[in-house]
Design a protein around this ligand. Structure first.
Ligand SMILES: Nc1ncnc2c1ncn2[C@@H]1O[C@H](COP(=O)(O)OP(=O)(O)OP(=O)(O)O)[C@@H](O)[C@H]1O
Ligand SMILES: O=C(CO)[C@H](O)[C@H](O)COP(=O)(O)O
Length: 408
């Protein structure tokens, strides 16, 4: 067994123990732990001893949320809706690396898992692997750092610089109330998966992904149609092998498909969106339409909801998904007038809103975000409210536990 470097842990507001060898080791550094990789690139910084550490920081209450999706599938948009539910805007760490991928608000810290790429752009090219390939990512470090943050311990997280394609010096991440880990692989590694209090997968069908990519990469980034097609094709085998299978583990999946309201639609503008919610998840009770557990089909268009062609259709009912019992809420079509969304909201139950009309208010507040007129925006907002509710339930339990212990 490697000899573990014994650094003082007195300055830490936590209890740490060191055990068997692994790929990382640590030192206490002011009031946070520094995890060093033992790869050639960084071993000079801290020797090559390797240890597993177990720490607890007493009363920490970091709730960890995982959001998985392929690149360009709406993760950033979802994150903006989620942080807005908690109030306050999310911003990159002040005074830090301008190319940081991290977003911090009062309640939430969103870290991008691209920061755990172990191979930079040149390294991937040399080895002939994509960023989706697990061999291009450091899951040991991801696990150690998410675990530390969940235990209330700050970490020095690496930064993958999307501008240069290089790995930049690390940035300090302090444990937030809610930590969101978003990216390609939040549910890939079993150890990381087990740290998640709630997980979401954005499942964008190939047709829709293509339409969104064209819109962004052609219009905003000047890429050619051919290069966009080639990039999607090149990623597909690894996407199918390593990213897509994660949806079986998700507590909620937002599936985005072409509409069924327009026969043979190939424009990809009108969307059919399904919110697949796992039953039996702690602190999460699925939303329902009219009557929980029934199978419902509802066309709300008429006197109370303005709809132009091709209209709007909602469906709701129980189903199974990868062998799990789920409830599925579906919306096909798009809203003409967002202020009329209140009519739909009033027919949905278990929304975890704090007041009547909160979903509509959130949607109106971000009417300019992509997907605000369809099920993507609606369901992202609903999932955001459910995460707030989950966070409140978890923290209420943790706060109550020491009180009960004192009483006993
Ligand atoms: N709900 C939506 N409806 C329509 N278009 C959308 C929607 N969500 C995202 N898009 C389109 O996809 C693009 C990418 O969205 P976003 O930046 O949120 O994705 P991302 O997963 O964070 O991407 P990346 O990982 O590449 O940074 C947006 O510019 C927009 O054109
Ligand atoms: O899938 C991705 C992130 O979601 C990127 O392709 C990956 O991070 C590599 O980034 P870059 O293209 O900037 O080198």
């Amino acid at each position: 067994m490697a000899v573990c470097p014994v650094y003082t842990t007195q300055s830490l507001n936590s209890t740490c123990s060191i055990s068997t060898p692994s790929k990382t080791h640590f030192s206490s550094h002011h009031n946070h732990l520094v995890f060093y990789r033992t790869s050639k690139r960084t071993s000079k910084r801290g020797g090559s001893s390797s240890c597993v550490i177990t720490c607890s920081a007493g009363d920490s209450q970091t709730v960890v949320i995982g959001l998985a999706a392929d690149s360009g599938c709406g993760k950033s948009t979802f994150m903006r809706r989620l942080t807005s539910v908690f109030g306050g805007a999310a911003e990159p760490p002040k005074g830090g690396n301008p190319d940081s991928n991290t977003l911090i608000s009062d309640m939430t810290t969103v870290i991008c898992l691209d920061d755990y790429h172990s191979l930079d752009r040149t390294g991937r090219k040399e080895k002939g692997v994509t960023a989706l390939d697990p061999r291009a990512n450091d899951f040991d470090l991801m696990y150690e750092q998410v675990k530390a943050l969940k235990s209330g311990i700050a970490v020095d997280k690496p930064i993958y610089n999307h501008v240069t394609g290089l790995l930049d010096p690390p940035e300090l991440i302090k444990p937030p109330k809610i930590l969101v880990i978003e990216g390609l692989h939040p549910m890939f590694d079993e150890r990381v998966r087990d740290l998640l209090d709630f997980s979401i997968y954005l499942d964008i069908s190939n047709e829709v992904k293509f339409a969104w990519k064209i819109q962004r990469d052609m219009a905003e980034r000047g890429h050619s149609l051919e290069s966009i097609k080639a990039s999607i094709e090149a990623r597909k085998p690894d996407f199918d092998a390593f990213i897509d299978p994660q949806k079986q583990y998700a507590d909620a999946v937002i599936e985005v498909l072409p509409t069924q309201l327009i026969p043979d639609d190939n424009e990809g503008k009108v969307l059919r969106v399904r919110l697949i919610m796992k039953e039996g998840v702690e602190h999460f009770s699925p939303v329902y339409l009219f009557d929980e557990g029934s199978t419902i089909s509802w066309i709300p268009c008429g006197r109370k909801l303005t709809c132009s062609y091709p209209g709007i259709k909602f469906s709701y009912g129980p189903d199974t998904y990868f062998g799990h019992e789920v409830s599925v809420l579906e919306m096909d079509g798009q809203f003409d007038r967002l202020d009329e969304l209140i009519y739909v909201e009033s027919h949905l139950s278990n929304l975890s809103t704090k007041f009547y009309g909160e979903v509509t208010q959130q949607m109106l507040k971000h009417a300019d975000f992509p997907g605000s007129n369809n099920g993507t925006g609606l369901f992202q907002t609903i999932v955001g409210l459910k995460i707030r509710d989950l966070y409140e339930q978890i923290t209420a339990i943790k706060t109550a536990a020491p009180l009960q212990a004192t009483k006993a």
